[in-house]
Design a protein around this ligand. Structure first.
Ligand code: B12
Length: 493
């Protein structure tokens, strides 16, 4: 059967930004499913509008040319991704009403019944891990079988919406074929930090484990992975790295929800990568309370050049609200250890604008960022989305109306957005204009081959005042989530 996978792009990416975005990451989830479906003998293509930024009209021409039986959408709740999926799906169904439209990933997992209720042109939502579910669904389509026994889907049945039981998590991830990156063709994927392209080689993302035992209340992973952590075996990961090396990949982003939760396994993986003499340059996310100098050194030696710490907030009250389970001091210690180990870049991601968070607390976080051993902060304005504990709590207590905000999430700021955005802009300027920071960055760049290569590949941006303008505008406007609640809008008007 012919299946066309689509990774839609938020409207702003296609229209306003053209070449410059928050980077282009391969939709790894779709690539896992495509690999599995191809193993079952199906034909699959991927149209990645998120990376190519082609106008939707051209995307539709490509769909029509391929003439698939099924069109499958990668859908996230944030940044209008889910809404874009419905926008394009409607046009596909209008072209050929017989095409089966299926949605997958977080937006479908947590809003499956709402999507089918609101959008009659969507036939099925695949919830959770998609390999086995999508394969069974396609085979049911192929043999005209009832969908009653396909676990993990929500579908239409004679005008009724049926929610089948959840599918158990895939226990042995080694059974899954490697993501099929051949469908990516020669699309250029890259990580973009504030307009700065962080990859000077061939970039892709890779996953060595799924799930996370923690339960941060702004994250949906615990609802997907039932707080279980499932690693792939190290030999399998090494085998995939050899495949990537043979395909010319040089820059990697590990998308594990919790890459180093099992420190012993993590160190074994890094030592195995060194034994294989891989020359990859890679990035990963790291919890601040899972750090030891030995772990950091092994990461560094195995090719980790950029480390991104989830620091979140300077305020213990907010860290507790998000159930992070650590203190600001632990975050500071972790970043200082990383600084000593000497990564080329250490980033810190922060969340401001939690429910009831005051301006003073927000400012604390902005100032706190300057006291850490990080090279760059990423401040996110928080937005509550379905599939997270914060969302469930705010819905339960009647603070937010889920019917209004399920498609894009909603901000929980108590302050006017402009006030926070203004303070955030100031915070970025203050962070990068500190003389000692500038001197230190220049010194480190002179010493770092990796940094010089990144500077080299971004001279156009860095060399022009417009480039710097764009860099700062991008950084201060991108990481904001969820719609502004009507009540705020009314206050604003
Ligand atoms: C890579 C990544 C990014 C990248 C790229 C995002 C992109 N749009 O391409 C960057 C760093 C830019 C990013 C940013 C953000 N991200 Co992000 N990101 C991820 C991350 C870490 C990995 C995604 C991945 O490759 N996973 C590996 C694959 C194998 O897993 P998977 O995608 O879940 O796929 C499985 C199933 O979901 C399903 N499936 C997946 N796709 C499809 C498609 C079909 C058709 C079907 C049937 C099934 C299906 O089957 C797959 C295989 O079993 C995920 C966390 C995660 N573990 O998924 C967060 C995640 C997707 N991000 C998230 C969020 C909220 C964001 C931000 C909005 C907020 C933020 N934290 O800044 C920003 C948005 C900014 C932006 N401009 O894009 C949330 C999404 C929540 C939601 N409900 O939508 C996640 C889930 C993190 C979390 N734990 O909450 N992100």
């Amino acid at each position: 059967m012919k299946i066309c996978f689509i990774n839609p792009a938020p409207r702003s990416y296609v229209i306003e930004r053209g070449h410059e975005t928050s980077g282009a990451y391969p939709p790894l989830g779709s690539l896992y499913i495509i690999a599995y479906l191809r193993q079952q003998g199906h034909e699959c293509i991927l149209l990645d509008q998120h990376a190519t930024k082609i106008p939707t009209s051209r995307l539709l021409e490509q769909v029509k040319k391929y003439d698939p039986f099924v069109v499958a959408f990668n859908s996230l709740t944030d940044i209008n991704h889910g809404k874009r999926s419905t926008f394009i799906a409607q046009k596909v169904k209008a072209w050929n009403p017989n095409v089966k439209i299926i949605f997958g990933n977080c937006h479908a997992t947590f809003n499956h019944d709402r999507i089918l209720a609101k959008y009659p042109f969507v036939d099925v939502c695949v919830r959770g891990e998609g390999e086995l579910t999508t394969s069974e669904l396609i085979s049911a389509f192929e043999h005209n079988r009832e969908l009653t026994n396909v676990l993990g889907i929500t579908y239409r049945d004679k005008g009724n919406i049926r929610v089948n039981p959840d599918r158990p998590l895939i226990q042995d991830l080694d059974q899954m074929p490697f993501p099929d990156r051949s469908v990516l063709g020669n699309i250029k994927y890259f990580q973009n930090y504030g307009g700065l392209n962080a990859d000077y080689g061939k970039f892709t993302s890779i996953q060595s484990s799924r799930g996370c035992p923690y339960n941060c209340t702004f994250c949906c992973q615990s609802h997907i992975s039932q707080r279980k952590w499932r690693p792939r075996s190290i030999p399998k990961v090494i085998e995939e790295l050899h495949q990537l090396e043979s395909e010319g990949y040089t820059n990697l982003y590990w998308v594990d929800d919790n890459f180093t939760i099992n420190r012993k396994r993590a160190i074994q993986l890094f030592q195995a990568m060194r034994r294989e003499k891989f020359d990859f340059v890679w990035v990963c996310d790291q919890r601040v309370d899972l750090v030891t100098t030995e772990l950091l050194q092994e990461m560094r030696r195995a090719g980790c050049h950029t480390l991104s710490f989830g620091i979140e907030s300077a305020n213990q009250r907010i860290l507790n609200f998000f159930n992070k389970g650590f203190t600001p001091q632990i975050a500071r210690t972790a970043t200082m250890k990383a600084k000593k180990v000497g990564f080329d870049f250490t980033m810190g991601t922060f969340v401001v604008g939690a429910p009831t968070e005051t301006l003073e607390e927000i400012k604390n976080t902005f100032v706190f960022a300057q006291t850490l051993g990080i090279d760059f902060p990423q401040f996110h304005i928080y937005g509550a989305i379905p599939g997270t504990d914060v969302w469930d709590k705010l819905v339960e207590e009647g603070t937010i109306d889920p019917e209004k905000y399920w498609e894009n999430g909603v901000k929980t700021l108590v302050l006017p957005l402009e006030v926070v955005e203004k303070e955030m802009k100031k915070a970025y300027y203050q962070f990068i204009t500190r003389p000692r920071f500038i001197f230190n960055q220049l010194l480190r760049t002179l010493k770092s081959h990796h940094r010089r290569k990144i500077i080299q590949s971004n001279l156009k941006v860095l060399g022009s005042p417009q480039g710097m303008q764009r860099f700062l505008k991008f950084t201060t406007t991108t990481w904001t989530h969820g719609d502004v609640p009507d009540s705020r809008q009314e206050q604003k008007n």
